[in-house]
Design a protein around this ligand. Structure first.
Ligand SMILES: Cc1ncc(C[n+]2csc(CCOP(=O)(O)OP(=O)(O)O)c2C)c(N)n1
Ligand SMILES: [Mg+2]
Length: 1005
């Protein structure tokens, strides 16, 4: 029986135009296959078939207007008569078990560690120390008899009861200043400590030697010794025991190394035989091939480094979104869940960057238990202590615990264990709690006797506790981050943890082992040179088997290939699947969709008006119908889908949400209702451009990190793009990310009402500075379509390491048919759009880009009709690309004075054309000025220099002097200046168009 397919609830829209009919009578369709596309003045939405069956009758054609309830077609065998939108599938809401009686910890995560609580020393606040002790003993007895889980459960109950009784509870964001994992719960390392110690010593030595050697060559080269010296154990434990490399059986863990600890990674790669001594000698000498890059830069060492991290704060946010993207790929069924981990190494000073902590809430919310942060808390940054008057570890613990992370503190090394066990007074923990980082820094700079006096000496009981220890013994009391056992136990606990991300806060010493030349002193960070005495000390401190002479020559140390150390180190990596870091890609290309996929955009839209943003969204909808491209698209939106008319995507492909949708959305009856889904495709990032950009980078580098080519398309207000997240865009270039950045609502006068902070007149100039960013400012839908397809081809089929920045506007206008043969010009950056050759009085070359091209076209008409001036109109799709070609050509000509001069593309286009050039855009003049050197003609640029402001589009274009009237007046003036027309004609036009000569230049207003 034939049934009707009608328009469902599409929100507040009436008489919406049908722009595509996607089926014909006789077609078999499946449920949810699109039947027609309708388009309001803002967005286009596909109407899906409510059931499977055969299309009988079509009731609409392109151009018809429809509203809710209008019949579109009839379908046979359909089970649903109309198209009430299917209610979103609700995942059952997880009911938490109510465990009251059992002696488990109910729904709490099991706590494996068993930690005894020691009574605090009697204080004046304690009115009944005996009672206090009874409480503590009860707790200890529960721990002994029923385990830590039960103890946690009881404490939670007691705390709940206390809140109910109105007690103001102490702030419990932090735990005491001791290790989170008690000694009895530590998992022991299976490693051979002796060999590992030796390997670590060699790596330490070679890392330092590399920096010292480079600086002997020239102090211009720089480098750091103190940072890796403090972090060596943290890296070594990971390398020997935890980090699994990518190979043909496993995707690999991903490690974000702290940028300026790079020498340590090179030093290890040297022992592994992956880098030669000659290469180490080339540290920071990157101009000639074979040198090692200063920091992790995939652009400069594309087979080695994976993540550019040295701009502080970018590593943590990119790492978080990488972990999220990994879950996204798994939840979308694109890759297997292999339990891969993302490890991010950070400095404690780096944690002050807003980006470092800015996304930790997201990591907890998304339950990223594939993510581990290791923060090397050496208590110092560059100038001095990170928190001289406080404790960075405690502060960070509070921040991370507060957002729901699993926090593991690794503060004290094993030598402290016995002391802590021996101290029954609780004074040792009290002393640890009360000292500030400024003091802890000094303790490690000033030696054992100082620690005895200043740390233990405060309480006689503590002095007594260490009375049998020599100053040397006291000096040996190590910090957790330098103790391989403690670090191993922490890493082991971190990889086992489920349900939330983990942060390891490891306390270390900056410049560990550098002695007087730079251990725990304020100048440590900048120590790049070690004199002979320092080097000998460093050798002795770690027992590196080099003679004095070898030390003086700053030789590297590498034991023989068959030595137990090298065999051990290689064997460990073999067991973990290969070397790290290593950057490879085995991703398959994505086949470019056929040309006809964008056929509709090559035709004139007639009277129908639309913006390039709308056109782009329609192109994306078309791409979603291409089976090769569709699953690989990653649309990324920072909470502006409706602004860009993309709400149709919510239903069509869903918004990624790791928990699915636990609620019925308020607009569930509507076709474009807000649909969250575990396998959703859209990344709706919220008001969070840095996060969105980090997602884009993760998706854009998926071809190397997950061997899966993805096509990220991030659409944002163009003003909140490069200007806001410029450093991430730079890191994207370094990472060789591939994908599209779409600066929407672009153009300083095209986005009318929003004002100074929104109106973008310079994003193209910012993008032009990134060497591998290709950018375009198209005007017409067919230009956008040609660019988009070419981008997919270059990046995802041919695998060029470039990314695209395309601006899209929100001005509605009709789009012409694509002129024949202009594709090449569109891609190169300009093509001849129209010639006005009727009058022949004199001629002007008019160049326009973005929406201002349309002002240029109107101006050309006025010039022709009212002033008898002919013109050639050039659509400039990319001043940036023209500039690149111009620069290269000019350079070649200068370098080859004997050869026949080559022509730049700009010159090729314009040399045989008559008249001077007027170039106008909705960007500052420097945008079009970029091509000025590549023509010998008179060149006059018009642009939007100055702060934007809210007004109507017309007024804004007048203000910035890029409207058709100004273009006409300036053209006449330019022709007059070139003595091609009489000056009085120009004067007359200035008067006619009421152009105020005394108005200030817009940059002053
Ligand atoms: C965004 C940014 N600002 C400044 C620097 C320069 N810089 C490099 S290392 C450093 C100090 C780092 O201190 P911390 O994070 O504690 O690392 P540590 O060396 O102590 O492990 C600074 C300021 C940078 N690399 N990136
Ligand atoms: Mg530090």
């Amino acid at each position: 029986m034939a049934q009707n397919i009608s328009v469902p609830d599409i929100g507040d829209f009436q008489d919406v135009e049908v722009i595509e009919v996607l089926v014909k009578p006789g077609d078999k369709v499946n449920k949810n296959d699109p039947i027609v596309t309708i388009e309001s003045d803002k967005s286009s939405i596909e109407i899906p078939s409510p059931s499977s069956g055969e299309i009988k009758d079509l009731k609409v054609k392109i151009g018809d207007k429809v509203s809710e309830g209008s019949i579109l077609a009839t379908i046979e065998n359909g089970q649903t008569a109309s198209t009430p939108k299917e209610k979103p599938k609700k995942e059952p809401i997880e009911k938490k078990p109510v465990v009251e009686k059992s002696k488990t910890n109910g729904n709490l995560t099991p706590v494996k560690q068993v930690k005894k609580i020691f009574a605090e020393p009697a204080s004046k606040d304690d009115i009944d120390p005996i009672e206090t002790n009874e409480w503590i003993e009860s707790l200890n007895s529960v721990i002994d008899n029923d385990g830590a889980s039960r103890a946690s459960y009881l404490l939670n109950k007691v705390i709940d009861q206390a809140y109910k009784s109105g007690l103001i509870l102490p702030d419990t964001r932090t735990t005491p200043y001791i290790n989170t994992i008690p000694p009895e719960a530590e998992i022991k390392s299976p490693g051979d400590q002796n060999i590992e110690k030796k390997i670590r010593a060699y790596i330490r030595w070679n890392a330092a030697a590399m920096v010292v050697k480079a600086n002997k060559k020239s102090s211009e080269l720089g480098g750091h010794i103190g940072t890796f010296a403090s972090a060596a154990t943290l890296y070594d434990i990971g390398m020997n025991h935890f980090w699994r490399a990518k190979n043909n059986k496993f995707g690999g863990d991903l490690i974000y190394f702290q940028g300026h600890s790079a020498p340590g990674m090179y030093a290890r790669a040297f022992l592994e035989g992956r880098l030669s001594a000659k290469q180490l000698d080339g540290f920071r000498q990157e101009v000639n091939k074979g040198g090692l890059s200063s920091y992790p830069h995939p652009w400069l060492m594309p087979n080695f480094w994976q993540f550019p991290t040295v701009s502080m704060g970018l590593g943590p946010i990119m790492g978080i979104y990488q972990a999220r993207f990994l879950k996204y790929l798994i939840n979308r069924g694109l890759i297997k869940d292999e339990g891969r981990k993302i490890w991010v190494f950070l400095g404690d000073g780096e944690m002050d960057e807003p980006e470092s902590l800015g996304a930790i809430g997201l990591a907890a919310r998304e339950k990223l238990d594939n993510l581990i942060f290791v923060i090397n808390c050496n208590l110092q940054r560059l100038d001095g202590p990170v928190r001289g008057n406080g404790k960075i570890i405690q502060e960070l613990e509070g921040s991370f615990r507060g957002t729901g992370w699993n926090v593991i503190k690794v503060i004290w090394g094993s030598y402290w264990d016995q002391l802590l066990a021996k101290d029954k007074t609780g004074l040792l923990v009290k002393r640890m709690n009360e000292c500030v980082d400024g003091e802890y820094q000094a303790f490690k700079a000033k030696g054992g006797s100082y620690v005895r006096e200043k740390f233990f000496g405060k309480y006689p009981e503590l002095k007594e506790l260490i009375s049998s220890m020599t100053d040397k013994d006291i000096w040996k009391l190590n910090r957790g981050g330098h103790d391989p056992h403690k670090v191993y136990a922490a890493y082991h606990a971190a990889i086992q943890h489920k349900g939330s991300p983990t942060v390891i806060l490891a306390k270390t010493i900056k410049g560990y082992g550098m002695g007087k030349s730079g251990e725990s002193i304020n100048t440590t960070h900048q120590q790049k040179k070690l004199d002979e005495k320092d080097l000998l000390y460093y050798r002795d401190r770690f027992g590196v088997p080099l003679t004095d002479k070898q030390v003086k020559n700053i030789e590297y140390y590498k034991p023989k290939e068959d030595s137990e150390e090298i065999k051990y180190l290689k064997n460990k990596r073999l067991k973990l699947g290969g070397f790290i870091p290593e950057r490879t890609s085995f991703a398959k290309q994505i086949k470019t969709p056929p040309k006809d996929i964008f056929e509709a955009f090559m035709k004139s839209t007639g009277k129908k008006e639309m913006s390039t943003t709308m056109a782009l969204v329609r192109m994306l909808t078309a791409l979603l119908r291409d089976k090769n491209v569709s699953p690989r698209l990653v649309p990324i939106i920072p909470d502006e889908a409706r602004t860009f008319g993309m709400e149709g995507f919510f239903q069509k492909i869903g918004i990624y949400a790791h928990e699915g949708q636990k609620y019925e959305p308020v607009d569930s009856e509507q076709l474009s209702s807000y649909r969250e889904d575990k396998s959703g495709q859209v990344l709706e990032e919220g008001i969070n451009e840095s996060g969105a950009m980090s997602s884009w980078i993760a998706a854009g580098t998926s071809y190397t990190n997950h061997d899966l080519e993805m096509i990220p398309i991030y659409i944002f207000y163009s003003m909140f793009g490069f200007q806001r997240v410029g450093d991430l865009a730079w890191a994207a270039g370094d990472s060789q990310a591939r994908g599209f950045l779409i600066g929407a609502t672009a153009g300083r006068t095209t986005l009318a009402g929003e004002g100074l902070q929104h109106q973008d007149g310079h994003s193209h100039l910012l993008s032009s500075n990134i060497p591998n960013c290709v950018s375009y400012d198209p005007t017409f839908a067919y230009e956008m379509a040609v660019i988009l397809r070419d981008g997919i081809k270059r990046m995802h089929e041919k695998k060029e390491n470039i990314f695209y920045y395309i601006t899209a506007m929100n001005e509605n206008y009709s789009h012409p048919e694509k002129p024949k043969g202009c594709e090449d010009g569109i891609i190169k950056g300009m093509y001849l759009l129209k010639e006005n050759n009727n009058k022949g009085k004199t001629k002007i070359q008019l160049l326009g880009s973005g929406t201002i091209l349309r002002e240029v076209m109107s101006a050309a008409e006025i010039l022709s009709k009212e002033y008898g001036i002919d013109s050639d109109i050039w659509s400039v799709t990319s001043f940036n690309e023209l500039r690149k070609d111009g620069m290269k050509t000019e350079r070649w000509n200068l370098l080859n004075p004997n050869e026949r001069r080559r022509k730049s593309y700009v010159e090729e286009c314009l040399e045989k054309r008559d008249g001077p050039i007027i170039a106008a855009s909705d960007y500052t003049r420097s945008f079009s000025d970029q091509i000025r050197p590549y023509t010998r003609k008179g060149f006059y640029s018009l642009g939007t220099d100055g702060y934007g402001r809210s007004d109507t589009r017309k007024n804004l274009r007048k203000f910035f002097e890029v409207d058709k009237e100004h273009i006409v007046a300036y053209t006449l003036s330019a022709l007059a200046k070139e003595q091609l027309i009489a000056t009085k004609e120009a004067e007359k036009a200035i008067k006619k168009f009421k152009i105020d000569k005394n108005k200030e230049f817009p940059t002053n207003l």
